[in-house]
Design a protein around this ligand. Structure first.
Ligand SMILES: NC(=O)c1ccc[n+]([C@@H]2O[C@H](COP(=O)([O-])OP(=O)(O)OC[C@H]3O[C@@H](n4cnc5c(N)ncnc54)[C@H](O)[C@@H]3O)[C@@H](O)[C@H]2O)c1
Length: 331
């Protein structure tokens, strides 16, 4: 779906590793790189929450390799990094509630797995690592919009695992002279985001409900706000962060969002309008560990990475709906 090029350098002589490449955001990065003729694209994924279906159309390509492996296993990380120029690290166990139910699993994958990947990337002398952090690191900070250098106390094991990534990113770049950049994603949504299971995110859950004539279930009063970000913007940020010159690559972090927020109630209103339905939501108890309001200041990414999130929330929702209906989309 990615016709617009976000990179200026030729990538047909470059090899990329995408950990978590069978997941939602990872498979979109893979799709971009393959559509723009990367020399080689390697995915390392153990399919814990990703799907072979997400990369099925790439499996027959000669410049694509899928390694069914685990970032908790150093040997798998080493094998995946061999001969790689650039690493997009997306593999993790997402979801705040999952991390509250099973903090050890979240820690093992998100913190120890991340460390394994940094060591493998260091030993393979990769040129740059761009990894997925999260807006959850802002925790209980009341400041809005969120600015990179003003964080609060994290509110969940998931948030702590992402904060750990940022701390290790900083230390590894300083200690081992590596180029490492973290992207704090704010509620990314779009094609291939999984609508099923107890840890599914709000937008795919709501779309799935409305398309099947069911009421969307909202945790809390629905007035909590989020800076919902279409996945093509996140892909753009990853590509631009990977190739940006003259920036601080010493463990630096960037907010990746649109810089606009809506409440969950507004979200269901928009979705109802786009679907052509009028289904009321049901309200459940608030979830532990959730932040109330979220809005990013994206000026740092705009200035340093030339990041420009051209697809706003409603346009992104239209694309996502089309994808859920089985239609092809082009951005
Ligand atoms: N989607 C969002 O709104 C959002 C927001 C903030 C941060 N993030 C982060 O972005 C990244 C991608 O998230 P996503 O939404 O695409 O989730 P996802 O679950 O679709 O993708 C994660 C991928 O990692 C893989 N994985 C999990 N454990 C692994 C392991 N031990 N070894 C190898 N692969 C493993 C999964 O199988 C999956 O394919 C994650 O790091 C997530 O924490 C996402």
């Amino acid at each position: 779906m990615y016709t617009t090029a976000f990179h200026k350098k030729n990538i047909s002589d470059k090899t990329f590793l995408i950990t978590g490449g069978a997941g939602f955001i990872g498979s979109n990065i893979v799709e971009y790189l393959l559509e723009h003729n990367a020399k080689k694209v390697v995915v390392l994924d153990n399919l814990a929450t990703g799907f072979e279906e997400n990369i099925k159309s790439f499996l027959s390509l000669s410049n694509f390799t899928f390694i069914n492996g685990d970032i908790c296993n150093s040997a798998d990380c080493g094998k995946a990094c061999k001969g790689v120029d650039y690493v997009f690290h997306q593999a993790a166990l997402g979801s705040v509630p999952r991390s509250i139910q099973n903090p050890i699993a979240t820690h093992n994958v998100n913190a120890t797995g991340f460390l394994n990947m940094l060591i493998a990337a260091r030993d393979a002398k990769v040129k740059r690592v761009v990894y997925a952090s999260s807006s959850s690191v802002y925790g209980d900070s009341p400041v809005l919009p969120k600015v990179e250098n003003q964080i609060g106390r994290q509110l969940s094991p998931y948030a702590v695992s992402k904060m750990t990534n940022e701390l290790y990113g900083g230390i590894f770049s300083k200690t081992y002279n590596m180029e490492i950049i973290g992207l704090r994603y704010f509620n990314i949504f779009g094609p291939r985001q999984n609508p099923k299971g107890e840890y599914a995110a709000a937008i795919p859950l709501f779309i799935d409900a409305l398309l099947n004539n069911r009421s969307p279930a909202i945790n809390g009063d629905g007035n909590q706000t989020r800076d919902f970000t279409f996945v093509a913007n996140a892909v753009q940020a990853n590509i631009k962060a990977m190739f940006a010159g003259n920036i601080n690559t010493e463990g630096d972090v960037y907010n990746i969002a649109v810089g606009e927020r809506i409440s969950l109630n507004q979200l269901t209103e928009i979705l109802n309008r786009l679907v052509g339905s009028n289904i009321t939501s049901v309200y459940k108890a608030e979830r532990a560990g959730d932040v109330r309001d979220s809005l990013a200041d994206i000026s740092k990414a705009k200035t340093n990475l030339e990041y420009s999130p051209v697809i706003k929330i409603e346009e992104g929702l239209k694309y996502t709906l089309e994808w859920f209906k089985g239609n092809k989309i082009v951005v």
